[in-house]
Design a protein around this ligand. Structure first.
Ligand SMILES: Cc1cc2nc3c(=O)[nH]c(=O)nc-3n(C[C@H](O)[C@H](O)[C@H](O)COP(=O)(O)OP(=O)(O)OC[C@H]3O[C@@H](n4cnc5c(N)ncnc54)[C@H](O)[C@@H]3O)c2cc1C
Length: 556
């Protein structure tokens, strides 16, 4: 589309309004103020408002927050529950076994329970007060490079007002070129811009393959009389049922304010059973007596889904290139051993801010100067934490009880374990092909006893995520080779996209002549990106839909 686009110039552009970039922008402005430097900073976020695409457990280790806002309680940081008292369970189908000791890395002493969406709103307001130009509703869709090289010079936001067939509607607005001396990519897991930069600049060369997990989460209002309200326990983690020990994953339940709990179930995306449905696993977990008793009589207030980067230290990409740096989950900085990435994301944003300030002072934004950020990460507690957990994701992927031996060996050897580095054996696109014996199971998926209030089907859950998109826009899910969907993919795996997607974006439809076709409902998309990660034929590419579309999380 040959439009004359507006170009806006900034010193620093943050792409993504998650904790990594919000902390980075706040820290940068604070540092610039101390040095009496006037800088122009912009932050874009694809959600309609800051926090609306933020979903996390969320147990916050306040280590980075304390550094960023030492008086965070006095400044009104939205904390749901200030103390974490943990219980850790192994679940069988109908019973549970409380693990008598909780490994030190699972202890959450000193941490708080928060809602990540509320927390991001709070950080966003602080960033705006400091003078950051915060633009929600703008999705970065293209990376801008210097014409004769690989230096990143900014990001183009998506056009608005294009119809399904690619024609301009009456409300057409061309995207804007946001030019910056340094761009900070904090798109969270599986960033769509990072994918392109990664390929072009070889960011992941020599690194282990990326590993992801996906999760469905709800906030549930429970009756005041629920025993959990009066129990001292505020944090409950589980493993075992319904996945067993061969598939990575587990559940969590955290106490929130006002008789609410956060309930979620995480599934490692290296799972091999093409019939596994993470949403169904979440429902099964929810119906386990341990959980069902706590939430009995309750009502789901909000539901959502998101992936997380679980690979850790050995999967981290190069962190700095000419004109840009990569922070948070985009740079694979989540500590999967602790199921925590908010603190590492925030700290990485802050370290990036320090390096960028030094680059601004030198007026040099080359990779050599921005590599100060990489050095700062290496010298910080981020490296220490992630290095201690460097083989954890691999050990957790081991099948059966063998994983506990490997995990134990690592625990005793400071993260080393029997081999270091431990190879990542299964990638996220791994799926076993179906045998005809199991094929019928998937034709009639069971969604038992859903009451529309506490136990929801996907579409009711989707409604409670507040997801909306402009319907008349080009499909943001690109299927490069549609021909293989109903041949190779259906024959081998029975169209697993219809199961791994938590929002019924992908549906099998039967035509009058008995043939099948794959129908896409892109407006249902929760932006979790599970489809791009888990598609066994790597035939789905997730791109940003029109800015402002997607979920409207406010308490997740
Ligand atoms: C179910 C679940 C439970 C978790 N539990 C915990 C926990 O208990 N404790 C903990 O510390 N961590 C937890 N995490 C991990 C934690 O949420 C992440 O590590 C953290 O949010 C990463 O922050 P980030 O800023 O890097 O990315 P994100 O929080 O993902 O933020 C990225 C932002 O960028 C936006 N964006 C993406 N692409 C674009 C684009 N092209 N243009 C504009 N905007 C864009 C997104 O909409 C999003 O708002 C959990 C995660 C999940 C999914």
């Amino acid at each position: 589309m040959d439009e004359t686009r507006e170009a806006l110039e900034f010193d620093v552009l943050f792409v993504g309004g998650g904790p990594a970039n919000l902390a980075g922008a706040i820290h940068l402005l604070n540092l610039a103020r101390q040095k009496e430097m006037a800088i122009e900073v912009c932050l874009i976020e694809k959600a309609e408002t800051i926090g609306a695409h933020s979903l996390s457990g969320a147990i916050l280790d306040p280590v980075a927050l304390q550094e960023l806002v030492p008086d965070y309680s006095a400044k009104g940081c939205p904390i749901e529950e200030s103390e974490c008292r943990d219980e850790f369970y192994y679940l069988t189908r109908t019973g549970q076994f409380r693990v008598p000791f909780t490994p030190s890395y699972m202890h959450n002493d000193g941490c708080h329970i928060i809602s990540l969406s509320k927390f991001c709103v709070w950080l966003g307001e602080m960033a705006e007060e400091l003078g950051v130009n915060v633009f929600p509703g703008f999705a970065g869709t293209d990376v801008l490079y210097e014409s004769d090289g690989n230096r990143i010079i900014g990001v183009r936001t998506g056009d608005k007002g294009i119809d399904k067939d690619g024609h301009k509607r009456s409300n057409f607005e061309p995207g804007v070129d946001l030019m910056a001396k340094t761009t900070v990519f904090g798109e969270g897991p599986k960033g769509s811009l990072l994918r392109e930069v990664g390929k072009k600049l070889g960011l992941f060369e020599g690194k282990m393959p990326q590993v992801f997990e996906t999760a469905v989460k709800e906030v549930i209002e429970i009756p005041q009389s629920s025993s959990f309200n009066s129990s001292a326990t505020t944090v409950l983690h589980s493993f075992g049922y319904p996945l067993g020990l061969d598939t990575k994953g587990g559940g969590f339940l955290y106490k929130m304010k006002d008789n609410r709990v956060a309930l979620g179930f995480v599934v490692g995306l290296e799972y091999e059973d093409p019939l596994l449905e993470p949403y169904q696993a979440f429902l099964n977990f929810k119906k386990h007596p341990l959980i069902a008793d706590i939430i009995k009589g309750g009502k789901v207030l909000q539901q959502g889904a998101k992936t997380l980067s679980a690979g850790g230290f050995y999967t981290m990409p190069r962190l700095a290139v000419d004109g840009a740096v990569f922070v948070g989950d985009s740079a694979s900085m989540l500590n999967i051993q602790r199921l925590k990435g908010v603190h590492t994301a925030m700290k990485s944003g802050m370290l990036a801010a320090e390096a960028i300030l030094a680059a601004l002072e030198k007026d040099d934004f080359s990779s050599a100067t921005l590599a100060i950020y990489e050095q700062k990460v290496s010298g910080s507690w981020i490296k220490k934490e992630l290095y201690a957990a460097r083989n954890f994701s691999q050990a957790l992927s081991k099948k059966g009880f063998g994983k506990f031996i490997t995990i134990g060996a690592q625990y005793l050897s400071g993260g080393r374990g029997p081999v270091d580095p431990m190879p990542i054996e299964a990638d996220c696109t791994a799926l076993k092909t179906l045998v005809s014996r199991t094929a019928s199971r998937v034709e009639s998926p069971e969604n038992q006893d859903l009451d529309g209030k506490l136990y929801l089907d996907k579409l009711t859950g989707l409604y409670l995520s507040g997801t909306t998109h402009e319907e008349n826009q080009p499909c943001h899910l690109k299927i490069p080779n549609p021909d293989i969907c109903m041949t190779e993919c259906y024959e081998k795996f029975r169209s697993p996209c219809t199961r791994f997607c938590p929002a019924q974006v992908y549906e099998l439809e039967e035509e009058a002549d008995g043939s099948r076709r794959l129908k896409l409902n892109p407006s249902n998309c929760l932006h979790c990106k599970t489809c791009e990660i888990k598609d066994p034929l790597e035939n789905i590419i997730w791109t940003c839909p029109e800015g402002g579309g997607g979920p409207k999380y406010s308490i997740l």
